[in-house]
Write a protein that binds this ligand. Sequence first.
Ligand code: ZN
Ligand code: ZN
Length: 126
Amino acid sequence: MGAGDPVDGCDLCEAARYTHWYHEDDICWIADCEVCSVPMVVWKPHGIEPPGPEIEHMMTELSRVADERFGPGEWSLDRTMRQIPDHFHAHCRDPQWLQLRWERPMSLYTGVGTARTERGQTPTTD
Ligand SMILES: [Zn+2]
Ligand SMILES: [Zn+2]
């Protein structure tokens, strides 16, 4: 196995399409974290040291998504990797994320970059 190859049992390598996906490209994907219900960018290769330009790319995409979800200036970047320390990812968090984390309905995967739909909501069909 080479560096960055998928690792069995790593949730981020598995990249299950379960919650809402905001974005995907060759370098990363952005979806709602299943634990926190806030957007999270994940580097595609398994590892903790993306090259500088790829980190920059991921932060640009995450900022765009976070501005859309929470509004500019209404969120902060969290690059601490608590649950999965060996695969690069970063969250953007609004100030209420901790208190709302159990109340927020989980979002639903409806395709990459579609309108965000929460579980229990009727998906919009237009
Ligand atoms: Zn991984
Ligand atoms: Zn999380």
